[in-house]
Design a protein around this ligand. Structure first.
Ligand code: BES
Ligand code: ZN
Length: 457
């Protein structure tokens, strides 16, 4: 089965492919907000119907949270598992969007046409590149070149609470020769990429409570302990002056990069001035003595993602608040153990809380880092296929973000993952005005057609 007519069909049916993506984007499937539960369900139904339309045996699988979608198309070996997520991030602050986040529009920009809307790049646009490649293949040849299982999750953006039990219960159905995950980016607009390392993620929420109610800060201030002061001291203590993280034992299991990887990354010519310049910054803020790509891809981090306490409204209120809280996350690498780090963090914080305050911890996600086995021949085949589609050769890159499913495929199914995606740094994922380049969508779809051909030759 030749790929050329499939590529031609992808080109000629681009408008219909985009129409289908727009339909999916109109469904506000925000997984973290219970108010959108029915919409998550609707997105799952939409995908079941769409997969069915291309000949897959597809169904929605209930979980305690949002449903999963699974579809099978039979074919000769190998058996490929394709993963994407249909849930999206919340849209706030809504006033910073130029348009309704769930009324996607195709827009002309100085850098080319884009489709703008929540989920366009993360991850609905990306998952549809694979679906559309399969559709074109099927339409052209009557069947697919290999056996494919589609697996779509609706809780990726909210920590995947149902994923581990679901994978355990459905391992036999999902086990395959290799998993393809489309939820990452290009290296840049000329250089496609296979992501070979993902950071893990540990999320912890802490709440400090001091006085039994909010107090007048003149009447009590000075004598009463302020929980914001306690919280600030804790947060300030998490990094030392060289940018290292101070949680005891934190660096256990953090490897140094092998020389060949250091050299390969240096060869990518990453321009950190431009990368930071695009978001109004200039200076690297990570550990002293590390390159920008190390800071982003291979070093662990600690970030405060949110902080609250006291009066946040207009004007000013002289209050000494009863509580203060923060959401803190750590990106992990190598063999760092999220559970051990959570315990160590809690012990460190407990030691810093004065007598008059108490601290409560709320555990959120905890997933380890993962590294892909690029000596598996599928990586070189896919790299070739990508290089045929894009102006420059494909690169093996790291990724600062986290996609816990990749690690679970490895440990729970024994299936290795290959991460290929077409997002760009300026897609504004998780932010207002998220977009996906039409070029990402179009060449992404073409890339998958080529990869299917390459993996089944
Ligand atoms: N698609 C992203 C992961 C990603 C981010 C890939 C940046 C490439 C570049 C994914 O949907 C995501 O945002 N993951 C979360 C993890 C989750 C456990 C909340 C993340 O990385 O914060
Ligand atoms: Zn994503």
């Amino acid at each position: 089965m030749s790929v050329d007519p499939v590529l031609n069909r992808i080109d000629s049916s681009l408008p219909e492919s985009l129409d289908r993506l727009m339909e999916l984007l109109r469904i506000p499937s925000i997984s973290t907000d219970p108010a959108y539960k029915a919409e998550c369900d609707r997105a799952a139904d939409w995908l079941v119907e769409d997969l069915t339309s291309l000949g897959a045996a597809a169904s929605k699988r209930q979980t305690p949270g949002h449903p999963m979608v699974i579809g099978h198309i039979d074919g000769p070996g190998p058996h490929l598992l394709f993963y994407g997520h249909y849930d999206v991030q919340p849209v706030d602050p809504l006033n910073l969007w130029d348009n309704d986040p769930f009324d996607p529009q195709i827009e002309d920009t100085p850098k080319g046409k884009v489709i703008r809307g929540r989920g366009s790049a993360d991850d609905k646009g990306q998952l549809m590149t694979f679906v559309e490649a399969c559709r074109a293949w099927k339409a052209e040849h009557g069947s697919l070149p290999c056996r494919i299982t589609f697996f779509f999750e609706g809780e990726e953006e909210s920590g995947s609470p149902s994923l581990i039990p679901f994978l355990k219960e459905n391992a036999d159905e999902l086990k395959s020769d290799v998993a393809l995950i489309c939820d990452t980016g290009l290296f840049d607009s000329r250089v496609p990429a296979i992501t070979t390392m993902l950071r893990g993620l540990l999320q912890e929420e802490i709440t400090i409570t001091g006085p039994s109610r909010d107090l007048h800060s003149g009447m009590y201030g000075g004598a009463a302990m302020n929980p914001i002061r306690v919280l600030s001291r804790i947060i300030a203590a998490l990094h030392d002056d060289s940018g290292k993280i101070t949680v005891p034992g934190f660096y256990e299991g953090v490897p140094e990069l092998p020389d060949d990887v250091i050299q390969q990354w240096e060869g990518l010519g990453f321009d950190h001035k431009a990368f930071l310049g695009d978001v109004g910054l200039a200076d690297l803020a990570g550990e002293a003595g590390r390159s920008a790509l190390e800071m982003l891809w291979s070093r662990p981090t600690c970030e405060v993602n949110g902080i609250g306490g006291g009066y946040q409204g207009e004007g000013f209120k002289t209050v000494l608040p009863s509580t203060a809280s923060a959401k803190i996350s750590f990106r992990l690498v190598g063999q760092q153990d999220p559970h051990a780090i959570r315990e160590s963090l809690r012990a460190m914080i407990n030691d810093m809380v004065p007598n008059d305050c108490k601290v409560e911890f709320k555990a959120h996600g905890a997933s380890p880092a993962s590294v892909m086995p690029i000596d598996n021949p599928v990586f070189e085949k896919a790299r070739q296929a990508l290089s045929d589609e894009w102006p420059d050769e494909a690169a093996f890159i790291g990724c600062g973000g986290s996609i816990p499913v990749a690690g679970y495929f490895q440990t729970l199914l024994g299936t290795e993952s290959m991460l290929i995606g077409f997002g760009k740094d300026d897609d504004q994922i998780h932010s207002p005005n998220e977009k996906y380049d039409i070029e990402s969508f179009h060449k992404g779809t073409r890339s998958w057609a080529r990869i299917l051909a390459a993996l089944t030759k």
